[in-house]
Design a protein around this ligand. Structure first.
Ligand code: IVH
Length: 721
């Protein structure tokens, strides 16, 4: 097996196939009135087609036919003709790739079908267990096709592209899997994202894939960032994500991103045609290539477990040679009907798994151990290291987790230590290299007093962290306020830790409430604060004061164990802060996602007088919280509202599609049969689920009957049915 050539050398191309192009013909810049003349219409259409073809030849096939100068000339000609005759600019015009327009904050949108993540396995044994689970589940429905499609796992940003009648209409990021950000304009600047599909396009297709930055482009970008005095990106994935979510599209374009397609979400065949998705993932990848997409390099159809394992080792051994970061392989059942049969758990597909490689480990010296105090008062040791490159990223700090970790691993200042970084995870110290320990290094003594306020720290039984419980500890306050404005809190863009630190040190901000009364003149008294920034902060804070969503405000408080999700549940249930503040542990525990520990933590938080005082302060300042809609509310009138639904057996349509339709009727798809299951829909060869459902007296519907129910309520299954 050879590594495919994925480098993008700009080959000087022969000027063939370009004889009919006259680069000089697009000169006039004045706007044309009325209908464009026929020859202009034809020219625009010709240029548009040609440019798109050359773009594909260059970026996707890596086989250019013309050189850059000619391409640019054609591009500018088209651009000026379109400026002159705006009605001629099609939604798939190659000039839309140019960028230059400013984006506002990114709007969000719900995915038509959820974008799942993958389960991980880390060893052959774990893979065998996963495969065995697939095998047993498949056998319930008849047979196990022991064939897999394997490709490298690309470490970038997952994106889905929706094409209608062959034209790119929308691009979404994965987001949390349910809701993504709309990044259509940014994706149009990526040369390997086809604006129009090649060949005979389906009526509608949602293509999923990864947007990556090649390693060499990443290094060049970081060099340029450093030269400009800007912060370098942590890794190619962050750089790709940052570039897609850029405000300035010309910057996005300059970042040299590559899109590689690996799967298909929604699909509808062309008008009434019989054709549907191919039978296997291997053929699906072919289809994607024929439609004009680049796919992950070195994908392979593997028969049986041995071939899969060989493939996984091949990619591991050649990992460094790939032009993009690879953090494992993805192994998918090749048969698409078997994929549909197995379906998804709440989080990930049952038919695919990521085989992750162990993180890279590198040696360096531990210079110091700093102990930080977090917003919950927890003391966290951080290793300050001799800077070292780990998997292409410079690491100078790493987490040591907690006191016991240092003790158990016997990590000492001055030691040579192994440092590990796995994907996005914060780098960590694996342990000391004892054979290289110098003389005179002594064990680390963990502080018994808070490094910020000097009060004694406590460690509760069964807890791993020592905590500073001084409510007025400056470090705890500072961290709480930092959290309050951070992304998990009110998300005040630009008000980063440095500014919060200055505001707190000046004494002007003592608690989160003080932020809401900041004025522009006050802010201007801070060094390096300009009028524009000061206004931006005050506007954002006023906006938050007047409209903040209750779930955001709850999450911003930084109550232990209450993250964004739990905050949402609490907001839907309690509707305002003071009701939440008065809730009892019992009533809190009635909620889904809230167990005894979380309930205790919430009550504990609101029992502290300072926190009560903060809530009152919010009220006095006129903080108004927006109502958080219960996502299920609008569904109440739907025919299957409040019912759970499960599909079993081989369905005639992909399971994901059937589930999406059921959701449209108000049902919630679940994965197992229990007494509470609302209904079971059975396809061909149903297995034990049917027996179990019957024995529990659950209503069972044939697929046909389910389809007519859908029809009755006007839910369209497309032509996949
Ligand atoms: S197939 C249901 N193939 O990894 C998901 N995913 O950690 C099936 N990813 O969300 C996706 N490389 O964004 C597939 N060759 C590849 C991939 C790949 C990267 C991403 C994908 C997924 C994430 C899970």
């Amino acid at each position: 097996m050879d590594l495919e050539d994925q480098t993008r050398n700009r080959r000087t191309a022969k000027e063939n196939g370009a004889g009919s192009i006259d680069p000089g013909s697009g000169a006039p810049a004045a706007r044309g009135k009325g209908m464009p003349p026929q020859d202009v219409t034809e020219r625009v259409s010709y240029l548009s087609k040609e440019l798109e073809r050359h773009n594909y030849l260059y970026h996707t096939l890596d086989a250019p036919e013309i050189d850059d100068a000619l391409y640019d000339a054609m591009f500018h000609e088209l651009q000026s003709l379109e400026e002159q005759w705006p009605s001629l600019r099609t939604p798939w015009s190659p000039t839309l790739r140019a960028g230059g327009k400013l984006l506002d904050a990114l709007p969000k949108k719900k995915h038509a079908q959820r974008m799942y993540s993958l389960d991980n396995v880390f060893s052959e044994a774990e893979w065998e267990t996963f495969r065995d689970r697939m095998r047993r589940a498949c056998l319930e429905g008849g047979e196990f096709p022991d064939v897999f499609y394997c490709d490298p796992k690309l470490d970038g940003l997952a994106i889905e592209l929706r094409y209608e009648d062959g034209v790119l209409v929308e691009a979404l990021t994965r987001g949390d899997g349910m809701v993504g950000e709309i990044v259509s304009d940014a994706c149009r600047t990526i040369p390997t994202v086809p604006l129009r599909l090649r060949g005979v396009p389906p009526r509608c297709i949602v293509v999923r894939g990864e947007c990556v930055m090649f390693k060499e482009d990443f290094l060049a970008l970081n060099e340029a960032q450093i030269k400009l005095g800007a912060k370098p990106f942590a890794n190619p994935r962050n750089a790709a994500a940052g570039s897609i979510r850029q405000q300035d599209l010309s910057v996005t374009r300059s970042r040299k991103l590559t899109f590689l397609a690996y799967s298909v979400g929604d699909f509808q065949a062309a008008g009434g045609a019989e054709e549907s998705l191919p039978e296997s993932h291997t053929d699906l990848i072919d289809t994607l290539q024929n439609l004009g997409f680049l796919v992950p390099p070195n994908g392979k159809r593997c028969k049986g477990s041995r071939e899969v394992i060989e493939y996984v080792s091949f990619v591991r051994e050649n990992r460094e040679q790939f032009p993009m970061e690879i953090d494992g392989c993805v192994i998918k059942l090749d048969s698409l009907s078997a994929q549909a049969f197995l379906g998804f758990t709440a989080r990930s597909p049952r038919f695919a798994v990521a085989f992750k490689y162990p993180a890279t480990e590198v040696k360096t010296t531990l210079r110091r151990i700093e102990v930080q105090v977090g917003r919950t008062g927890a003391l966290t040791p951080v290793a300050v290291l001799e800077p070292v490159a780990v998997g292409g990223v410079i690491v100078s700090r790493a987490t040591l987790h907690n006191e016991d970790e240092i003790k158990n691993k016997d990590i000492r200042v001055g030691d040579v230590v192994l440092v590990r970084r796995a994907g996005d995870v914060i780098p960590e110290v694996v342990g000391p290299v004892l054979s290289e320990r110098g003389d005179g290094v002594s064990p680390f003594v963990f502080p018994t007093h808070c490094p910020a306020c000097g009060e004694a720290v406590f460690r509760e039984e069964g807890e791993s962290a020592s905590r500073c419980i001084n409510l007025s500890c400056p470090a705890v306050r500072l961290r709480s306020i930092m959290h309050f404005v951070s992304k998990s809190g009110l998300d005040i863009v630009g008000l980063g830790n440095k500014w919060v630190e200055e505001l707190v040190l000046s004494g002007r901000v003592r608690d989160p409430g003080d932020l809401f009364s900041l004025t522009v003149p006050e802010l201007l008294s801070f060094k390096r604060m300009g009028e524009v920034l000061a206004r931006k902060f005050v506007t954002a804070l006023t906006e938050a004061k007047e409209h903040v969503r209750l779930d955001r405000l709850i999450s911003a408080l930084g109550i232990r164990h209450v993250g964004v999700e739990t905050a949402r549940t609490l907001a839907v249930r309690y509707k305002d802060l003071s009701s939440l503040a008065n809730a009892t542990e019992e009533s809190l525990m009635d909620l889904q996602d809230v167990g005894p520990e979380v309930a205790r933590s919430i009550c504990h938080f609101f029992a502290v007088p300072e926190n009560r005082h903060l809530i009152e302060k919010f009220e006095q300042l006129g903080v108004v919280t927006g109502v958080v809609q219960d996502e299920n509310e609008g569904k109440r009138d739907l025919p299957l509202a409040g019912k759970t639904i499960l599909f079993t057996g081989t369905l005639r349509v992909p399971r994901g599609m059937a589930e999406a339709c059921a959701e449209k009727l108000g049902a919630t798809p679940v994965t197992g049969v229990s007494r509470r299951l609302g209904m079971l829909v059975v396809g061909k060869n149903p297995g034990s689920k049917l027996l179990k459902a019957r024995s529990l007296g659950i209503s069972v519907l044939e697929e046909e009957a389910f389809m007519s129910l859908l029809k009755q309520y006007g839910v369209d299954l497309g032509n996949g049915a």
